[in-house]
Design a protein around this ligand. Structure first.
Ligand code: G1P
Length: 279
């Protein structure tokens, strides 16, 4: 990877999953479109990517996800109806996004895991470093967004992948990718091991990966040779372990809050948090 290609322009959003934990809400609506207050989860992610300087959103969708494409598009009839009314400002943010940023899509035909979803997005990313946001990990920070913090770090370490981590209670390790490593700067670890969803007794630490990644394009070839792991799926954690063994993965303990909006509890917590914040 050459050091002159350190600006990250593209953000990949894996968004093909079924969202079974939110049935029946997700029967006809993609889970990424569930709103926290009035904004869909995916829009929060897109805004975070924009804040981190990205201009192209690469979305890996699947069957039943057309609402995502419609959301990031003009809606002439609706806009015509509310133009000049008090409701107009409700559409301001999304209109600004649609008018100024690029969205591209590809479909993951079979659900074979997060690693496979990311590989499916290769056609949208090409041969450049990119970010990944899992929209159901909703992040907020008073200062710089989590992804901005990570892109800054990437400028310093342009040959590495970076994963966001947070400390979790030991008994929850089987819900996350878990890393271990050596702290090389405050809150920054050089990863020496990572395991997808280990039982607490097998976990290398209590530092869990959350849904923010910066990946170097080399990852695509590594994913292609990564065997199915946990749950019979191609795991990004396993692919990253290959690069970690070459000293190419950093883990960053970010500043800010993160809500697991893939669970009902986390979703309610996020809703209360953002409601109180906007009051
Ligand atoms: C995925 C990753 C896992 C990571 C988590 C963060 O799991 O496989 O390593 O810790 O996202 O949310 P999922 O939540 O999709 O099962």
């Amino acid at each position: 990877m050459s050091n002159n290609n350190i600006k990250i322009n593209k953000c990949l959003f894996p968004a093909a999953g079924y969202g079974t934990r939110f049935l029946p809400a997700t029967k006809a609506i993609p889970k990424e479109m569930l709103p926290v207050l009035t904004k869909p989860l995916l829009q929060y992610g897109v805004e975070e990517a924009i804040e981190a300087g990205m201009d192209t959103m690469a979305i890996v969708t699947g069957r039943g996800k057309r609402a995502i494409e419609d959301h990031f598009d003009r809606s002439y009839e609706l806009e015509h109806q509310i133009d000049g009314t008090s409701k107009e400002n409700l559409m301001h943010e999304i209109r600004n996004i649609v008018d100024n940023y690029t969205f591209s899509y590809t479909r993951q035909v079979e659900m074979k895991g997060l690693g496979h979803a990311i590989l499916t997005g290769q056609t949208l990313i090409g041969n450049e470093p990119f970010a990944v946001i899992l929209a159901d990990d909703l992040c907020d920070n008073e200062g710089e967004s989590v992804l901005s913090q990570m892109t800054k770090l990437y400028e310093k370490y342009p040959d590495s992948c970076i994963v966001a981590i947070e400390e979790i209670p030991r008994e929850h390790t089987n819900k996350y990718g878990v890393i271990s490593g050596i702290e090389i700067e405050d809150n920054l670890f050089k990863v020496d091991n990572m395991i997808e969803k280990p039982e607490p007794q097998d976990a290398p630490s209590n530092l869990a990966i959350i849904g923010r990644y910066i990946l170097i394009p080399e990852i695509f070839d590594v994913i292609k040779t990564t065997k199915p792991g946990k749950g019979g799926e191609i795991q990004i954690t396993d692919a990253l372990l290959t690069l970690a063994k070459q000293g190419k993965v950093l883990a960053y303990k970010f500043s800010g809050k993160r809500f697991d909006c893939g669970s009902v509890d986390g979703f309610v917590e996020a809703t209360n948090y953002f409601y109180n914040k906007q009051k």
